[in-house]
Design a protein around this ligand. Structure first.
Ligand code: SAH
Length: 389
């Protein structure tokens, strides 16, 4: 303490903008920082506890650390790198959190409450749908998240902090996580897997690996890589087309990794894991809702023992797509059931607050407030063309 400069003693411990978040640090990272700072090794455990067990919202508050150590920590890291800019929805329904990042960009995260009475099924868990990137580069023709393009990857800290901030705000623990917000998680592989390790760890957030689902548009090489990742997380595939012609029309990623390559990677996943893969299939009228697609889908699902989640398309402003009639949705599901495939027609939550699947959009701040980022004209025409085809 005596060695502190007067300035360090007098000034409050604040962090400069754009420092990496503490919530992205592993015990190894913290030990390295402590060693670098010339502090005794036991400090690492204290720092770890302040970050995760005590969820300290500022470095200043870490009162068991010496002031000089807190100053050193605050020179390199920030305790929080997100701020909650807006919450939409109410306590007992789906709530959407608009989170501002240190560089002024925004992401959204969606809290889906446990409410079996209202939603039925497996909704006895509080689920958080987290974002992995700002925007998305994959350009799926039906989805709002990629409309304004890709900006950047989220850091591990920005991913973990979505859970920590929402839990603090809502006053309750989240016990199920889906990487189904904005972005392609497997295109941000190292940060997403680091976040998963922190979220799962006993010393970290403590969410069971089996209660975390990574959803991907089908990056086959990264699926193989993830199959070798040691934690028993779940995998969901945004399939949306059961033949290459239909899928390529609405998901450009299919031109790079066609269905044969994707399903080879899924077989590899299965060889490593016991849990069933989920195939997500949005039903879009006149695009992929033909019963012939249902028959092909049944075959593909059976081949990898996957469950199928059918999701009636959620409308996106500016896109021409609609959902099929309920009769058509049921007929599509019945083809799967008749073929012995476990299939559900998923009841969507949060449609009214644009928090449902595919409705999370890139946002930006202007003099008039936070607005949706403009969508290049060409983007909408491609969608319309494909819809007509
Ligand atoms: N990029 C990853 C993670 C995003 S998950 C992935 O593609 O899986 C978001 C889910 O919402 C995906 O299954 C996506 O296909 C689906 N989705 C996108 N737009 C939708 C819409 N308008 N209606 C319903 N689901 C949509």
């Amino acid at each position: 303490m005596q060695s502190e400069s007067p300035a360090a003693t007098a000034a409050p411990i604040t962090t400069a903008a754009k420092l990496p978040g503490l919530l992205g640090l592993s015990p190894t990272d913290i030990a390295a920082f402590v060693a670098e700072s010339g502090e005794p090794a036991f400090r690492a455990k204290q720092i770890l506890e302040w970050i995760y067990a005590k969820r300290a919202t500022s470095i200043e508050a870490m009162s068991s650390l010496s002031k000089s150590l807190r100053v050193a920590l605050a020179e390199k890291f920030t305790a929080r790198c997100l701020t909650i800019a807006k919450v939409t929805g109410s306590e007992d329904t789906t709530r959407k959190f608009l989170l501002k990042l240190q560089d002024g960009r925004y992401v959204e995260t969606v809290l889906i409450p446990a409410n079996p009475a209202l939603y039925g099924g497996d909704s006895d868990r509080r689920t958080l749908c987290v974002s992995s990137q700002v925007g998305c580069a994959y350009d799926c023709k039906f989805c709002a998240s990629g409309l304004a393009g890709f900006t950047r990857n989220l850091t591990a800290a920005e991913i973990v902090e979505q859970i920590v901030q929402v839990e603090a705000y809502a006053g309750e623990r989240v016990d199920n996580l889906v990487f189904m917000g904005m972005g392609e998680p497997l295109a941000n592989y190292s940060n997403v897997t680091k976040a998963i390790e922190i979220l799962n760890a006993e010393w970290g957030i403590g969410i069971g690996a089996r209660h975390m689902t990574v959803s991907t548009s089908g990056l086959a090489p990264q699926i193989r890589k993830l199959a070798d990742f040691p934690l028993q997380i779940r995998l969901a595939i945004s399939l949306h087309g059961a033949s290459d012609d239909v899928r390529s029309q609405i998901m450009p990623v299919n031109q790079k990794h066609p269905l044969a390559e994707l399903f080879d990677a899924l077989q590899y996943w299965r060889s490593k894991r016991k849990q069933h893969i989920t195939l997500e299939y949005i039903l879009i009228q006149g695009v992929n809702d033909m019963l012939e697609q249902a028959r092909l889908l049944a075959k593909r699902a059976r081949g990898i023992h996957a469950k199928v989640n059918l999701i009636p398309y959620n409308t996106v402003d500016g896109l021409p797509w609609t959902r099929p009639s309920e009769a058509q949705q049921d007929a599509f599901r019945d083809v799967l059931l008749a073929a012995g495939v476990t299939a559900t027609l998923r009841r969507e939550k949060g449609h009214d607050i644009a928090a449902a699947c595919g409705q999370l959009r890139l946002k930006q701040e202007t003099a008039e407030g936070i607005i949706e980022s403009p969508v290049p004209e060409k983007r909408i025409t491609i969608g319309a063309g494909a819809a007509a085809a």
